[in-house]
Design a protein around this ligand. Structure first.
Ligand code: ARG
Ligand code: GLU
Length: 731
């Protein structure tokens, strides 16, 4: 008896997703989560969060540009998202004279708002399980590719039918590795205008040094507005369009958050891999990522050294640096976090429990007995080719700048061989793009990168199926490789003599094409890519098909063998709700990190003139005069806070909502120690980072003088909440 109790407790501890883990499908909240959420403090119902028949919070949640989240905060289509999500739009409107990235941008009336070509804002109308329809006609005799093809055909047919019946954009997305398919109907708005953005010294304060770090002091927000046709439906950009009037917009709560508060994040998380077997988590954290980290480490060091000493280099490479360092830093945190939280051991333990359960029943044993072993074997079989792929991605794609640039000549070279009469116009077009290339390219930096990275790539690829240039390189000593690289740069015509190259391109494009085609830079770049595409990718994708299949079987088995456990599907860029609490954490022994930061902390980090930690004069003034208006809290200005919501990339810009579903913050990052939540969430150290909405309002109103935007919102301040709190502190 005693043993049984211990076993049950153990099972509870290891099987049960913690209350805070999970990114839940909104239409299942009533069934799966409502009771627990209310227990944790939620004061509204699942139906108020997601409903198809009535307006609900869902109608205010926007997929912003396909990669971020945003939320509607007024009846006139006002849209809030992160500064880093609006970054490329802000940048696209910036010039040397009007540098909105540097100085911020504020439309002081609707006429001053700026159009953004290609930017979309999509709102989910409804989601529906269509698993049976998608699976219809599948039979057991089909092999994996036949299955896949059949499923794709069914999906296309369903979408076609739906699209004929209604005006929405439809997609069908697999969940739980193809155990479930959900139809998603969206309304996609195409006229989304820029309304306001703080200067980068606020919106990107702390930049890469503070990225993924708590405590944080970044005002990472920007504001847009959705426009619709006169019928309030999506329309292409037109001056006649009107502000979109949404079915629902969020109330903005200015009470602030307190430790222990219920908190939820509603948005479009991109990718997680929570159901990998332990060996693949090991492959990722201990094999692939260390290789990738090492490569990026070298590259970042080269960039950093130059960027610190040359303003010109900094301008050229700031965005590449930010892009490369974002995942680099995350992977380092992920690996540490897995070690710290014994993530792999926890997975192994779980797998043993799974196997014990499977073996306890003969029908399960017959059906699922070998699933986990097969899956593990497939992942390990894939490892060598996968590791080579990552070497190409890191070195050929991200690392060496030239190797991507050389592709641009491919068309020219191919057409030159065909004696294409359009050759001149192809060459002209290429030359038009040249200034842009030179704007973010420095041969010295790239040469150094190639010296460091090419030998790593050459050593990492196996001898099999190599083409000429790669085979030749593989036979060279390290010293010879360095000589080869120097010569490659010296011989490259557009670096050696840009003017001569420009002339050749305009007068004799065929000759120019030939010159490029014969350069080592071109041969190497193309061969590296072709090796990736024609050799490595096929090696991996034949296994991927099987892996997908066995992951699906594994998930099916898990759900059958542990019927009492709630499973949430991995993130796949569909609408999800995560919920947790505002709570501190212990990143290491003896250290507790509090939940909130203030403007005084921004000032502590201030380094005048620094490119990451400088501040605008106006903010310093407001801080000196403590002019926080109604947004301050006891004489202090709140800036950011954390909670235990399970979030990932794509959740940037997602609203953080309180127990009443009111906006209290804007999600933009996670704390470094817990970034392994993409593979294995642990509520002890996983925290998401949000801007306090009061800081957003303060910057809009007091800093930018765009108070008319705040007037447009529905601000709420619950007096009784304050009273309750006073009661507990003064019994
Ligand atoms: N870490 C955040 C995310 O994953 C913010 C990235 C943008 N900021 C930066 N400093 N690179 O997207
Ligand atoms: N910054 C991330 C994004 O752009 C969110 C942080 C995370 O990965 O949780 O979506």
């Amino acid at each position: 008896m005693k043993n049984r109790i211990i076993i049950c407790l153990l099972a509870l501890f290891t099987f049960q997703a913690t209350a805070k883990e999970g990114m839940w499908i909104p239409y299942l909240l009533g069934q799966l989560n409502q009771a627990e959420m209310q227990e944790m403090g939620l004061e509204i119902t699942a139906d108020q969060i997601y409903s198809v028949n009535n307006s609900s919070i869902k109608d205010a949640i926007v997929h912003f540009g396909g990669g971020c989240t945003a939320e509607l905060i007024s009846s006139k289509g006002l849209l809030l998202t992160n500064h880093h999500c609006g970054y490329s739009q802000i940048q696209s409107h910036s010039t040397v004279e009007k540098n909105f990235l540097k100085n911020g941008f504020w439309a002081m009336s609707s006429k001053e708002e700026l159009q953004n070509k290609g930017l979309t804002a999509a709102i989910v109308k409804f989601m529906k399980d269509v698993t049976n329809e998608v699976m219809e006609g599948l039979d057991d005799d089909m092999n994996l590719s036949e299955r896949g093809e059949h499923i794709q055909n069914n999906i296309q047919a369903i979408i076609k039918l739906r699209s004929e019946e209604s005006p929405f954009d439809f997609s069908i997305v697999p969940f739980f590795y193809g155990n479930q398919y959900i139809l998603i109907a969206k309304e996609t708005f195409k006229d989304v205008r820029l309304v306001g953005a703080p200067p980068s010294s606020i919106g990107k304060f702390g930049a890469d040094t503070d990225n993924w770090v708590w405590p944080r002091h970044t005002g990472d927000f920007s504001i847009f507005r959705i426009y619709a046709g006169k019928d309030n439906k999506p329309a292409e950009y037109s001056e006649d369009n009107v502000p979109y009037n949404p079915n629902y917009h969020l109330k903005v709560n200015t009470n602030g958050v307190h430790d222990g508060d219920f908190n939820m994040v509603y948005g479009f998380p991109g990718t997680t891999q929570e159901y990998l077997p332990s060996n693949e988590v090991h492959n990722i954290a201990e094999v692939y990522n260390p290789a990738r980290i090492d490569i990026r480490d070298r590259l970042l060091k080269i960039l950093d050294k130059r960027m610190r000493t040359s303003e010109a280099s900094r301008l050229k490479y700031a965005s590449k640096y930010a892009r490369i360092s974002n995942s680099w830093k995350k992977w380092i945190g992920e690996r540490n976090g897995l070690n710290e939280s014994k993530g792999i051991e926890r997975k192994q333990k779980f797998e043993n429990e799974f196997l014990a359960a499977v073996n306890s029943k003969s029908s399960w044993r017959n059906e699922y007995g070998d699933v986990l072993d097969q899956l593990k074997k497939l992942y390990d079989d894939r490892r060598p080719a996968q590791l080579e792929r990552y070497h190409y991605i890191e070195i050929g794609y991200y690392g060496i700048g030239l190797s991507r640039h050389m592709f641009r000549y491919r068309k020219l070279i191919e057409e030159a061989e065909k004696e294409d009469p359009e050759l001149k116009s192809i060459a002209d077009k290429l030359m038009e793009g040249m200034p842009k290339f030179h704007e973010s390219y420095e041969p010295e930096i790239d040469r150094e990168a190639m010296h460091q990275l090419l030998p790593i790539y050459i050593a990492a690829i196996s001898d099999q199926d190599l083409t000429e240039e790669l085979k030749m390189l593989k036979s060279l000593s390290d010293e010879e490789i360095h000589i080869y690289i120097d010569k490659l740069f010296e011989d490259l015509i557009f670096l050696k003599d840009p003017k001569k190259f420009a002339k050749l391109m305009s007068k004799k494009p065929k000759k120019a094409a030939k010159k490029i085609a014969n350069s080592s830079a071109y041969k190497l770049s193309i061969e590296m890519y072709e090796h990736f595409r024609n050799v490595l990718n096929p090696r991996v994708s034949s296994l991927n098909e099987k892996i997908e299949f066995y992951q699906g079987r594994y998930l099916k088995a898990l759900r059958e063998v542990f019927p009492d456990k709630r499973f949430y599907p991995d993130a796949n860029s569909t609408l999800r709700l995560a919920y947790g609490k505002v709570e501190p954490y212990h990143p290491k022994d003896g250290v507790t990190l509090n939940t909130k930061t203030y403007l005084s902390g921004v000032m502590q980090k201030y380094v005048p003139g620094d490119y990451e930690f400088d501040l605008p004069a106006k903010l310093l003034e407001l801080y000196e005069s403590k002019d926080y208006g109604v947004y301050g809290d006891d004489g202090k200005m709140p800036v950011c806070f954390i909670a235990s919501n399970h979030t990932t990339g794509g959740n940037s810009g997602s609203p953080a909502l309180n127990s009443r579903g009111e906006l209290v913050g804007l999600n933009f990052d996670r704390a470094w120690e817990g970034t392994m939540s993409d593979l294995n969430y642990d509520e002890r150290i996983c925290r998401n980072i949000m801007v306090d909405v009061r800081y957003v309002l303060f910057i809009v109103d007091k800093f930018a003088g765009a108070g008319y935007l705040v007037d447009e919102m529905d601000l709420v301040h619950h007096v009784e909440a304050k009273v309750e709190e006073m009661d507990t502190t003064n019994p």
